[in-house]
Ligand binder design. Sequence first.
Ligand SMILES: *Cc1c(COP(=O)(O)O)cnc(C)c1O
Length: 392
Amino acid sequence: MEKFIPLSVPNFEGNEKKYVNDAVETAWVSTGGAYVSKFEKDLAKFLYVENVAVCQSGTSALHLSLIEAGVTVGDTVLVSPLTFIAAVNPVKYQHATPVFIDCDDSFCIDPIKLKAFCENECVWDGVILRYKTSPVKALVVVHVFGNMADMEAIVEVASQYSIKIIEDATEALGTFYTKGKYKGKYAGTIGDFGAFSFNGNKIITTGGGGAVTSNKSLCVDHMRFLSTQAKTDPFNYTHDEIGFNYRMTNLQAALGVAQLEELPEFIRRKLQNYARYSRLFDDSKYCTLMPFREGTRSNKWFYSLCIDKAAIKVPLRKIIELLKLTGIETRAIWGLISEQKPYKNEKTYLLEKAPYYASRIINIPCSTQITEEEIEYVALTINELLGNLANE
Ligand SMILES: *Cc1c(COP(=O)(O)O)cnc(C)c1O
């Protein structure tokens, strides 16, 4: 068989089949069922939080968070442009407007530029921060590729200006601080809200799915309520609010319970494989394996290679195509959201690192099943290819 090393594929080495079969055999396949509440309890225990609501996707988790944060028509929400578009689309679902603030070298929103934007571009009346006339209600902080954003600095700015923090921890389940003010705190449990995703490419998967938590347990109850059509009275079908069909199904949750059992082992492998790549790229001339934030234990979900554009003139697309011919699947980091058609007229603020990294970063194979030999092959092939391209 021809060699093919995928970027990232799910791993079902545990109780997945057993629990999903159980859900099917008992015919509890929809949003009722024991696995749904078990998955919520297991997640809450893992994250050391009181209350978690599971839902259909990370996107719906983010949408519920924005609603619960009070984001509504005409509000401003601060975001970084270097991320997956699902982190920003829910802002538009609420008819609010994103402002794109630059990222730092972690690819996450830069707290210094965030503060500068609030100070220099907005007006603070002691209660509400306004950008032009629009209330700056919330901030979506994405922990990109499992790397923790600089939460200490971000929380400081956000609390100074009463901005609600929504952590997009969809890529960062299991990342936590090992030092500092938030020592022991997991990504997604530091701000006002935390959103998680169990899409097929995430560190654990339920096929599609998500979860949301908050520092206020009652807010989680309310988001769960909204996710089940906001049914106030199950007998008379009374609805006092507009709800959504966002609840996770028991089939998804059965998969989730099994996956969560394996999460510590998945993270152990992600860390081990990162360390292997690290050694192999250590003295590479034309690329750098990007580090994760000091003082944290990242889940190291995705590995990022920064290509030296001074030496390598071809676009990332070409590198990715050439690697594909050698059986190695890689991908480019996202295009900037601020350059996408629905967003290209929105305000951007001091974008410098985001465009820099957008044209230089590729992600390399990182599945938990990848072997040591495959890692060696990937690193050697990339080093050799970049060497050839640099000499062209
Ligand atoms: C995956 C992802 C989402 C959305 O999660 P879904 O479950 O696919 O809806 C949002 N933001 C980021 C940064 C993601 O990587």
